[in-house]
Design a protein around this ligand. Sequence first.
Ligand code: PHE
Length: 361
Amino acid sequence: MTAKTDSKAWKESWETRCREAKESLAGHATLEALEALRLKYLGRKGSLTELLKTLKDLPLEARRELGGPANAQKEEILGLIEASRGSLEHQSREREIAGTRLDPTLPGVPSPQGYRHPLTQIIAETADILGRLGFSWAEGPLIETNYYNFEALNIPAHHPARDMFDTFYLKLAPKSPEAAGEHGNLLLRTHTSPVQIRRMESARPPLRIISPGRVFRHEAVDATHSAVFHQVEGLYVDHHVTLADLKGTLHAFMQALFGPKTRTRFRPSFFPFTEPSAEMDVQCLFCSGSGCGLCKRSGWLEILGAGLVHPNVFKAVDYDPEAWSGFAFGLGIERVAMLRWGIPDIRMFYQNDIRFLEQFP
Ligand code: PHE
């Protein structure tokens, strides 16, 4: 055979197979049959694939003439197969839908919704109220040194005031000598006041911060005590801050938290880091002051501790107590939440029982 007849034979054979492929494509009815056809003609061992491989044995002239059109035909057949697959798939979906009785007017299946934890809600609300009064959020470590938790707050070692805080001390060796160093042993912070020291060390007055967070006390757990609970503390330092500023701020805070009719009162108290110190009561939210079991017949509920920053605290952070004055206050988040919602047992906050949590949407 000459090269010419060779090319002619190739071309005829190619065209016959293409025609055949197109004819069978028109006749098939299922996705499986379609796939079989694809393999038969254009699979790795398909007849068109095989023939196309022999094209390279033809003379250059013939390859130039036949190659382009042959590839175009191959693409065309592939396109037909894909189009056919699309329409078969569509038909099969249609059949499926026609076979099910679908009622689009039925209500959907509701997915369960989560809520913010009541303590998170109170913290957010507190930050919001005090934020409007100019206080900004500050955080500090849960593991503290003796220095930040006690010494800098005017509670020296062996001072009886340490009795106020039953402390978890850590046996951990500090990572580096500087981590503990002169600051002494590590412990779980018993209040968020250390955050105030840290902030005062790194900023100059005037400043207004709140420090919300988790605190730890070595307590027997019962309905009103927990070894882990939450506090929000506030600190304001400026020139000429007075007890009247403190009282006004806290009164506004309590009214925003418990309602505009809330009455408050100050009682003298003691904290080592404030002088003078006071506690604030709100009029009993349950009996409005007439006396009930919850307020122990007194008509008042203790809600927070407060006072004017002690000069020794200012000295510890290198603020001149003659130039600056300030107030600080602290309250327990769990207690506020228990009063707000009438929750009888502090342990409920930590059990994560969905039936409890979903009551605070
Ligand atoms: N740190 C005190 C406590 O945990 C609360 C407090 C803060 C009291 C600031 C007075 C001033 O009990």
